[in-house]
Design a protein around this ligand. Structure first.
Ligand SMILES: Cc1cc2nc3c(=O)[nH]c(=O)nc-3n(C[C@H](O)[C@H](O)[C@H](O)COP(=O)(O)OP(=O)(O)OC[C@H]3O[C@@H](n4cnc5c(N)ncnc54)[C@H](O)[C@@H]3O)c2cc1C
Length: 437
């Protein structure tokens, strides 16, 4: 294991990879990740990535983001997000990302709480397309090393300055990497929930480590529940039925085949209406109908969802699909400014792990991939500047590894630390948690 780097980035989702690509080439960067590099929630994103189509849409996009966020958003962050969106998309296209086209222009779709079509997509596998292309670029860079199957279990800290990370590999061997800057890009907290669309290993580890080291957190009770995941009695990740499906006209029905909600309202409103309806009907799900679309259109626009549902025995053009809400996204997290800086010196956070208030209390659909990219690029710029000026110094010390001997107990302790933080606010989703506490 390499023991020293200029920058250690923890996480290989869109935020971590794009951050790595935007730090100047002459710095040595190590990206560590818990599983395979492809095992991230970024890879799973279906619906798309939102963008400012033209300046005339600025006010409407701003208002849609604030309205979905219950006006709890940080307006400066929202402005940066929207104003930077086109240049990030241009950058992605330059890096080889393909978005679906409509003639000579992009094909724009719509999801809940967007007042116009402004979402770019690659069929229903947008996250895979973006993440694969970012990974390809990262693998070409000689200054970036990706180390898979390694878990950050702590940071090195000296006088409230972060000086590196403590790691565990698959054989439970503990090691450290000292670095001049550490970036947390560890994603959300879905792995802590009984029903979540997130990958199981995404368990908010950075949040627990933040609690341990007094790194500031914010908006910890802002957890988003997605209204429509495929109902299944089996265990494992809940399969998401993208909001874009409702954007293309799919409707929600109760057990008597009647509509009960406007399907394009913000996620929290639709989820609440579904919970209410399930309670009234005494069911564990409601139905989603795509019967107005032809099989050909569904297969062409949503091939991944079509295949998965077929595997589960549902023909989308003829069958009603049982759907139920599940944990999906975490708006709160490690408090950062607009350049990814946390409250600890030399420690940065980007993507879903972090929070600069851009999403407010409820994220607008397809704003998260954009947020991960826009703000990780800004963090990369700050890190580059800090490294150049010498402001980011390396000062790691030798530590006692025996404190990490019982890694299983440590993992449990971390899960509880995170759960305690998120359950301090009001929690209608409490019953969804895997853990007592
Ligand atoms: C099913 C699904 C569909 C979605 N659809 C959309 C969409 O259409 N549009 C949109 O904008 N957003 C969508 N989202 C949300 C979006 O994908 C995520 O919010 C975003 O990709 C998060 O990116 P990230 O880089 O912050 O984290 P992630 O992509 O989750 O990456 C986290 C990384 O951190 C690593 N990691 C975690 N803990 C540790 C640790 N302790 N040590 C080492 N590595 C660690 C993980 O292995 C992973 O590599 C969707 C999410 C899901 C789950």
């Amino acid at each position: 294991m390499i023991k020293e780097a200029d920058v250690v980035i923890v996480g290989s989702g869109a935020a971590g990879l794009y951050c790595a690509l935007n730090i100047p080439d002459h710095y040595k960067i190590i990206v560590i990740t818990k599983k395979q590099p492809e095992d991230s929630d970024s890879f799973l994103a279906q619906g798309g990535i939102s963008v400012l189509r033209d300046n005339d849409d600025y006010d409407a996009y701003f208002e849609d983001t604030l309205k979905a966020g219950r006006y709890k958003n940080n307006k400066d962050s929202v402005e940066i997000l929207i104003r930077s969106s086109r240049s990030v998309i241009e950058d992605l296209v330059r890096l080889g990302v393909n978005f679906d086209q409509d003639g000579s222009d992009f094909s724009y779709t719509r999801e809940g709480a967007h007042s116009v079509n402004r979402i770019l997509h690659h069929k229903d596998v947008t996250g895979k397309e973006i993440t694969e292309k970012l990974l390809e670029q990262v693998r070409h860079k000689s200054n970036i090393t990706i180390v898979p199957f390694v878990t950050m279990i702590d940071i090195l800290e000296k006088n409230h300055t972060c000086t590196g990370v403590v790691l565990k590999d698959q054989a439970n061997t503990i090691s450290t990497i000292s670095a001049r800057a550490v970036v947390w890009a560890t994603g959300g907290i879905g792995g802590l929930f009984e029903h979540s669309t997130n990958m199981n290993h995404i368990t908010g580890d950075a949040i627990a480590i933040a609690v341990k080291h007094n790194v500031k957190l914010i908006d910890m009770n802002y957890v988003q529940i997605h209204p429509t995941t495929l109902f299944s009695k089996g265990e494992g990740r809940s399969f998401l039925i993208s909001e874009a499906v409702r954007g293309e006209g799919a409707i929600l029905l109760n057990k008597d085949g009647q509509r009960f909600v406007d399907e394009l309202l913000p996620r929290d409103v639709v989820s609440a209406a579904i919970y209410e309806q399930m309670k009234k009907d005494g069911t564990d799900y409601v139905y989603l109908s795509m019967q107005h679309m032809t099989g050909e259109k569904i297969r062409e626009r949503f091939p991944n969802i079509y295949e998965k549902c077929l595997e589960e025995g549902y023909h989308l053009e003829t069958d009603l699909l049982p759907v139920t809400p599940a944990q999906h996204y975490f708006m709160g997290g490690v408090q950062i400014n607009e350049d990814g800086k946390t409250s600890m010196k030399n420690l940065f956070a980007v993507g879903e792990t972090s929070c600069n208030g851009v999403h407010g209390a409820n994220r607008l659909a397809s704003n998260s991939l954009l947020e991960a990219l826009v703000f990780s690029k800004r963090a990369a710029f700050m890190i580059g500047e800090g490294l150049k000026s010498g402001a980011l110094e390396n000062g790691a010390e030798i530590i006692d590894y025996t404190q990490y001997k019982n890694t299983e107990a440590l993992e449990k302790e971390y899960h509880l630390l995170v759960w305690n933080e998120i359950s301090k606010g009001s929690v209608e989703y409490a019953g969804l948690c895997k853990h007592e506490g």
